[in-house]
Ligand binder design. Structure first.
Ligand code: NIG
Ligand code: FE
Length: 406
């Protein structure tokens, strides 16, 4: 954990607080021109205009030469660990076939066949690429194992990755991602509830329990049963909600007090109303809508109803082979019609809230971890404009430089 003084920041932009921001507050960020930021023992201790910067600093000084600085980005929904590729399916869809989620079983077959070591080896370079894009904390799900042994193998791989990459990684159990062909439907749900969830909780392999509640996958009643079983074992509920059809999954997320409801491409008005009355964060995944060519989620409608929004890649080999959160943030502005400020809040503080990390990361303010990104830009609005320019100039975690562009 380092001491670091960052100086000559052209523009420092950050949301503030430890709770998800909603409505107009999503766009109200702290902006300091010509700023400094001071990190001691890995934590932020001060920030402000350059003329107030400390004179004698016992540690490294990073002069960023007028570039823009934001908090480290937070990616709150990824399927980081899997084996194999779905390029065939992707090319069929590119020629007009519709996405149904059926390919999950193709990835599950490849992932079951891989060893834990192989899964770790496949994921390390993905994490490296995410780091270059400015992602300093993230969530990672199981869900391509779909059996007790294979789901645990994925969660153990995630646990090992935490020690192999500089990012914070929060694990989620998504055993209820699809129905595996080697079990009956009821039989698999009984296995999830009676065996897999208790074991995952006991071994502390996950913090959240997620269910794909959608057309062709888990029904609302099935998802409720699984999420309630998770909650009994202190796994906080999360929901893959209403991605393919408006099945009432957002309403279920509100009912069970989920920390987040994710996707929401087809959320109903009743679902929006239900979410607005809770602290559930809506995690929107516009990269998925882009890749599967479905309508984008109604971001402005959700925001105006008072639902806090976060953005994420949904990185996975089927519906979102997208590693770059900056690309998703550009879709946030261009397709979801969010402002640059709302988008930045959705990709930092609100994203941290969606994975229970907002006390530690998500904003630049005293007491939080010294996680930041220096962008090779003078005007932060340009981050949302240059498609393809995804690599940060420097990335810092806990006051340590973890990536510098060559
Ligand atoms: O979040 N929606 C369900 N699961 C993933 C996609 C999984 C896949 O196609 O492999 C998602 O989009
Ligand atoms: Fe997903």
């Amino acid at each position: 954990m380092g001491n670091l003084l960052v100086v000559n920041i052209g523009e420092l932009v950050t949301p503030q607080g430890r709770r998800a921001r909603r409505g107009d507050a999503m766009g109200e960020l702290l902006r300091i021109r010509n700023a400094f930021l001071e990190i001691r023992d890995g934590k932020i201790v001060g920030l402000g205009p350059m003329d107030e910067a400390p004179r004698d600093f016992p540690g490294n000084v990073l002069d960023v030469g007028g570039r823009a600085v934001t908090p480290g980005l937070v990616d709150p929904h990824t399927h980081l660990v899997f084996a194999g590729s779905r390029v065939e399916e992707y090319l069929h869809r590119a020629r007009g076939e519709r996405y149904t989620g059926g390919g999950i079983l193709v990835t599950a077959e490849a992932t079951r066949a891989a060893t834990e070591d192989e899964l770790v080896e496949l994921a390390v370079p993905r994490l490296r690429k995410m780091l270059r894009c400015g992602v300093t904390a993230m969530e990672a799900k199981s869900g391509y194992g779909l059996s007790p042994l294979a789901e645990e193998k994925i969660l153990r791989a995630i646990k090992r990755l935490e020690g192999l990459a500089p990012q914070r990684i929060v694990p989620t159990f998504l055993g209820a991602h699809a129905f595996p062909p080697d079990y009956g439907r009821e039989e698999y749900i009984d296995l999830l509830v009676g065996e897999m969830i208790p074991r995952v909780a006991e071994e502390r392999l996950a913090r959240f329990c997620d269910v794909f509640c959608d057309r062709g996958f888990y029904t609302v009643d099935e998802a409720r049963r699984i999420l309630e079983a998770g909650a009994r074992h202190r796994l906080v509920p999360k929901v893959h909600a209403d991605e393919l059809a408006p099945v009432g999954a957002a309403e279920l997320a509100a009912e069970v007090g989920a920390i987040s409801a994710d996707h929401l491409l087809h959320v109903s008005d009743a679902g929006i109303k239900a979410l607005a009355e809770t602290n559930t964060v809506a995690v929107l995944l516009p990269g998925t809508a882009f890749v599967i060519e479905e309508p984008y989620p109604p971001a402005r409608k959700l925001l105006e109803a008072g639902v806090p929004l976060a953005l994420s890649t949904d990185f996975n080999p089927g519906s979102s082979p997208v590693l770059s959160l900056p690309f998703v943030m550009r879709l946030g502005v261009l397709k979801l019609k969010l402002s640059p400020e709302e988008t930045l809040c959705a990709s930092t503080l609100n994203a941290a809230c969606a994975i229970g990390l907002a006390h530690e990361v998500g904003s630049l303010e005293p007491g939080k971890s010294g996680d930041l990104v220096v962008w090779d830009l003078r005007d932060i609005r340009e981050l949302f404009y240059w498609f393809g320019d995804d690599v940060a100039w420097q990335v810092v975690i806990g006051g340590e430089a973890v990536w510098a562009s060559p």
